[in-house]
Design a protein around this ligand. Structure first.
Ligand SMILES: *Cc1c(COP(=O)(O)O)cnc(C)c1O
Length: 402
């Protein structure tokens, strides 16, 4: 039998090397713990990048997927299927949006949102010269359209030209947005809480003013809730915490399927009535019965287990513990975030700390080189926060010594 190292070598011979992976093969998950090929146990504060909200091995979720596999896996969007009907109802209910299109990923949800915004503007004035304002340090995915609105030149440059007519403003700097608005502007796109870019929540005043500007000028507000949505901030969608703010189009993915690859973009009736129509957009797999069964169960279980109040409680506890840690260590600058989406900004690259954490059985990831990101399963308890903090303390002490 091969060792874990031999299998990883094999992987590196066959997989395209687009990731510098941590040297671990995970084989099994149980609640908030992962187990590697050698049986070593890890406390998981990554959750597959803010995906596995329910924790691993939720019986109700797993059973419903298993029975759906036996019943019907795929039919195509030429037909209706029951789980998609149910998922669309649940998703519009929890979001207050009116119409949903199911995708297979976050990037595809962004693609759809961009197309809907462009079509909306096109139907208004017949022009194909509309601009979208996105934010610096944003992340919206790796496909060409999503990349075009991603505010990280390093990701974009080798793949130029992008889709064009995209302008970048500064998150939480209203003047920078106003300066870019003109008669061509059709949409303003932002993550309600920036994830990859460093865990930056949108200021309330900033988002509220943008909403007003959009209303005044009939510009569409596109909120990317792919990482910060589905309960992570203690609200089903992060924007629901902002008075007077509702997007015209929003995207979801990651925890929406809790491990089954899904995404969605949703819109209000105003946009739906004047944008994408039959023939404008499609997908083979999007909204298939397995994927939408996952969505149904995720929403059902989150509601039943009152995940939002749980996240508010544990999120506050995590904040308190992280703040103490930041106070204790000189190498840490500040903490920011909402609910169970937190970042600790460090003065140095955090790679060595993350590696040390894995040695000690704790999975953490970064958001940018200097920020430790905390996006655990939403079902974690205080004791898990305590365990995480204890391990992280030890890791910082050890890396400071070396
Ligand atoms: C992960 C992410 C995406 C891209 O989702 P994929 O499923 O990886 O395509 C887009 N936007 C945000 C905010 C994300 O965190």
């Amino acid at each position: 039998m091969n060792t874990m190292e031999q299998y990883m070598e094999e992987a590196e011979q066959n997989l395209l090397h687009t990731y510098n992976r941590f040297p671990i093969i995970f084989e099994k998950g149980d609640q908030v713990y992962l187990y590697d090929y050698n049986g070593k146990k890890y406390l998981d504060f990554c959750a597959g990048i803010a995906v596995f909200a329910l924790g691993y091995g939720n019986k109700e979720y797993n059973d419903s997927l298993k029975s759906q596999v036996d019943k019907l896996l795929h039919t195509s969007n030429y037909f209706y299927n029951m789980p998609a009907i149910e998922a669309s109802k649940k998703l519009t209910e929890i979001s207050g949006m009116d119409r949903v299109f199911f995708t297979n990923s976050g990037a595809e949800a962004i693609e759809g949102a961009i197309k809907a915004a462009r079509k909306y503007a096109y139907l208004k004035d017949g022009s194909t010269d509309h601009e979208i304002i996105a934010m610096e340090h944003s992340f919206h995915g790796r496909t060409m359209g999503a990349l075009s609105v991603t505010g990280n030149p390093k990701y974009r440059e080798p793949f130029e030209p992008m889709i064009g007519n995209i302008r970048f403003a500064q998150m939480n700097d209203l003047e920078s947005v106003k300066a870019l608005i003109n008669e061509k502007t059709c949409a303003i796109l932002l993550e309600t809480v920036q994830g990859e870019g460093g865990i930056y929540p949108a200021d309330a005043a900033f988002l509220q003013e943008i909403r007003k500007l959009c209303d005044e000028k009939d510009i569409l507000l596109l909120l990317d809730e792919i990482q910060c949505g589905m309960g992570r901030t203690g609200h089903m969608f992060a924007w629901q915490a902002y008075d007077g703010v509702k997007p015209d189009i929003m995207t979801s993915a990651k925890a929406l399927g809790c491990g089954v690859p899904v995404g969605a973009f949703l819109m209000t009736e105003k946009v739906a009535g004047q944008s994408l129509v039959a023939g404008d957009h499609g997908t083979t797999y999007g909204g298939n019965p397995l994927a939408t069964m996952a969505i149904c169960k995720v929403i059902e279980i989150m509601e039943k287990e009152q995940i939002l109040s749980h996240v508010q409680e544990i999120g506050a506890y995590l904040e308190e513990k992280l703040d103490k840690l930041v106070e204790e260590f000189d190498c840490m600058e500040t903490r920011r975030g909402v609910g169970l989406m937190q970042g600790v900004v460090c003065k140095k690259p955090v790679g060595p700390i993350l590696n040390k954490a894995l040695e000690h059985g704790l999975v953490l990831i970064n958001a940018g080189t200097n920020i430790i990101r905390f996006v655990p399963p939403l079902v974690i308890e205080k004791e898990h926060v305590d365990d995480m903090i204890a391990i992280l303390r030890e890791c910082i002490l050890e890396t400071e010594k070396s």
